[in-house]
Design a protein around this ligand. Structure first.
Ligand code: SF4
Ligand code: SF4
Length: 409
């Protein structure tokens, strides 16, 4: 999108203000500059040259959590998400040390594994709890990142990684092969979820493969305005999955939105989530237990506004016997996680999280289930700070935990 394209699309905004009550950042600050309408006006000023790209303008634009709640309610069809991405790309963010390190980690599996191991050691040493105790976790930086450490999980089993469909040809598959997308979070946060998904899909008759060579989906680069870097990552992932027939299962809604978009080579259509994959699948082979369990479900903005799959998630959860299901109140509002936003804008992230934690304290479920790893980390960090006895699980982990079959079967 060039400046003229951005101006043309922003001109669709009639400034009616219907989006304002749906915007989480405006709800907190009550500042027009933190509203969709205000941000669109700033984009128009920047693109027409009437405004300078200064710190105040950037603060309002970078403060957007990118939830796209405004887009969903806009009667004029303003494509706010792509406008914000294009505006950020045109602002050309200055390279920062941490950004360069992060970019390297998103692209190199070996370095990522080493960094993950370092984080696990730091977590075991209690550095996250120390940062929180010192009150150093409400500012951008290492202490904030450390506050997420207790959720650093072991990577998926080596036996799962790199398995090829050919090597598994002897398995008597009933339903075909599912390729797991692990992206950049597998070694650090997603190992248990990927294993849970592989376990339950195997029990349902799928052959499950986690191909090696995957990199970040590119969402973090894309939303930070680094479209070229995001496209390079997308190309590398497409090459990993090319020539393999079957759905690509991404457990995280944030990655899924990005993987689905663009390409034109059919890859996006292969990308699916657990709630869609299992929609018509009989769960009887899992022998699900009926023990009562109080579960609250969180629908990430990427699931609700990006994919519009929140209904699918709820439908799958309602098929679990014994589960007493309640939506997290105000699910339509962002929890503040929003990719790297919880690291770069910790105070806003925590203000958006606070009402969610109040609601969880009142509802007191045993489990909070969410469809995105970033939201899960943010929610879990808040739950720890409040000392609430609530486990945060992915959809795969929850279903796997309800499976009545003995381990290994
Ligand atoms: S609802 Fe749409 S047209 Fe109305 S102010 Fe918001 S972005 Fe503009
Ligand atoms: S994307 Fe979300 S935070 Fe950004 S302006 Fe729209 S509603 Fe507000």
């Amino acid at each position: 999108m060039n400046h003229d394209d951005i101006l043309r699309d922003t001109d669709r905004c009639v400034k009616c203000g219907l989006c304002l009550p749906h915007c989480p950042t405006y709800r907190v600050t009550r500042d027009e500059g933190d509203s969709p309408r205000g941000r669109i006006t700033l984009m128009q000023g920047l693109m027409s040259g009437a405004l300078r790209d200064d710190a105040a303008v950037r603060r309002h634009l970078e403060g957007c959590v990118g939830c796209r709640a405004c887009e969903a309610v806009c009667p004029s069809g303003v494509p706010f998400g792509s406008l914000m991405d294009a505006t950020r790309a045109s602002l050309i963010p200055p390279p920062r040390g941490a950004g360069l390190v992060g970019g390297y980690l998103l692209r190199h599996g070996g370095a990522r594994r080493a960094a993950s191991e370092g984080l696990r050691v730091a977590g075991r040493l209690g550095l996250g709890r120390l940062a929180a105790r010192l009150g150093a976790d409400d500012r951008p930086g290492a202490a904030r990142a450390a506050s997420f450490l207790p959720d650093v999980a072991p990577p998926p089993r080596a036996s799962l990684v790199g398995r090829s469909a050919a090597a598994d040809a002897a398995v008597d598959d009933v339903r075909g092969t599912v390729f797991l997308f692990a992206g950049c979070t597998a070694e650090t946060f997603d190992g248990p979820s990927l294993e849970a998904a592989a376990r339950l899909l195997g029990r349902l008759g799928y052959r499950v493969v986690l191909p090696e060579g995957q990199v970040c989906c590119g969402a973090l680069d894309h939303h930070a305005g680094r479209a070229g870097d995001a496209a390079e990552l997308a190309g590398r992932n497409r090459a990993v999955f090319a020539g393999r027939e079957g759905p690509v299962l991404s457990l995280n809604s944030g990655c899924r939105v990005h993987l689905r978009a663009g390409g034109g080579d059919g890859f996006g259509e292969r990308v699916t989530g657990l709630c869609r994959l299992l929609a018509d699948v009989d769960l009887a082979p899992l022998q699900l237990i009926e023990t009562p369990l109080k579960v609250v479900f969180h629908t990430p903005c990427t699931l609700r506004y990006g994919l519009r799959e929140h209904g699918w998630m709820e439908a799958l959860l309602r098929r679990l016997p014994g589960v007493e299901l309640t939506p997290l109140p105000d699910n339509a509002f962002c929890c503040g996680g929003s990719g790297s936003h919880m690291l770069t804008h910790p105070q806003m992230a925590d203000r958006l999280l606070a009402p969610k934690l109040d609601a969880l304290a009142a509802l007191a479920p045993a489990v909070l289930v969410t469809a995105n790893v970033g939201c899960g980390l943010h929610l879990a960090a808040g739950i720890r700070r409040r000392k609430l006895a609530i486990s945060v699980m992915s959809l795969a982990q929850l279903i796997d935990s309800r499976c009545g079959l003995p381990p290994g079967s």
